[in-house]
Design a protein around this ligand. Structure first.
Ligand code: ADP
Length: 272
């Protein structure tokens, strides 16, 4: 009887097992660290808009702005915008939860790409104006893709708002589309900060931000790209990026293309 005695068979971890255990431990520590960072990021992100809403409502309620309707209105408008920010953050947290549990329901259907790009530009017009960034759309290409319309809008909004957020005033953000045989590839190019090389491997990780300090200049929770990648994958697509620090970033998304009816499989349908 062949009976080889190995470290594992006598209950000792062999070197590989040891390496795996160590990797497991360091991964767990990393994820613990990410969670801690997340709690402080989310607390900050929740507290900032809440403080502003509270301040605005308190002032409006106190009656001191009775004879200053303009000021009262702009305070209430700021409170409204901050409520929207809070809602967006909470929706992101719920999405992450559903995506992790595999419970996000999608309604995949053929959608018009040109129309969706225009809608996204309209939705982000005021953010782009405020940042003095010019969003440049491609010439209409008449392409259709298979996607969930709302979730595709969310993907566009996440990528475009990042491109705007990390661009200097006066910069352009270019959107391009390219139809391949089975896929349509969408590219969003900015000429902003770029992504530090050391951070690039973490870009799609939950809660990860190149600058996660409380004093950072740009808001956000580090959830946008994690959600975006999960959504794109759930719609049978792929996503990637390239970035040169100090020069800008380019994110691409490819999604299944819906071929025009007359170029679809010409074989007759099988009889019932
Ligand atoms: P958030 O924008 O809420 O921080 P994201 O998941 O969308 O979270 O992005 C994670 C991080 O990736 C950002 O905090 C930023 O450091 C980096 N990043 C994403 N997009 C860009 C971009 N277009 N230019 C520079 N950095 C980016």
């Amino acid at each position: 009887v062949h009976c080889e005695v190995t470290a594992a068979s006598v209950g000792l971890p062999d070197q590989r097992q040891l390496m795996l255990n160590l990797r497991d431990i360091s991964e767990r520590m990393r994820s613990e660290q990410l969670k801690n960072d997340f709690v402080s990021t989310v607390s900050h992100e929740l507290r900032t808009p809440l403080t502003s809403i509270y301040g605005a409502l308190r002032l409006a309620n106190s009656g001191v702005l009775h004879d200053q309707p303009e000021q009262a209105r702009s305070l209430l408008q700021a409170a409204e915008e901050n409520s929207q920010r809070l809602t967006a953050l909470i929706n992101d947290l719920l999405d992450i939860d559903k995506l992790e549990a595999g419970k996000l329901e999608l309604s995949l259907q053929p959608i018009d790409l040109d129309q969706h790009l225009q809608d996204a530009r309209r939705m982000l017009a005021s953010t782009a104006d405020e940042a003095e960034v010019h969003l440049q759309l491609p010439a209409p290409g008449g392409q259709r893709i298979m996607a969930d319309p709302q979730r595709f809008q969310q993907v566009l909004a996440n990528l475009l708002s990042n491109a705007i957020k990390f661009s200097p005033p006066g910069a352009r953000v270019e959107i391009e589309t390219q139809a391949c045989e089975q896929q349509v590839r969408l590219t969003i190019t900015d000429h902003g900060d770029g992504i530090p090389l050391a951070f690039q491997p973490n870009v799609f990780q939950r809660f990860a931000q190149a600058d996660a300090t409380a004093t950072r200049q740009r808001g956000g929770t580090g959830l946008g790209l994690a959600i975006t990648r999960s959504l794109v994958r759930a719609m049978h697509g792929a996503i990637g990026f390239s970035s040169t620090p100090g020069q800008g970033s380019r994110f691409w998304v490819s999604l299944p293309r819906v071929l025009p009816a007359n170029t679809q499989d010409p074989r007759p349908a099988a009889p019932d």
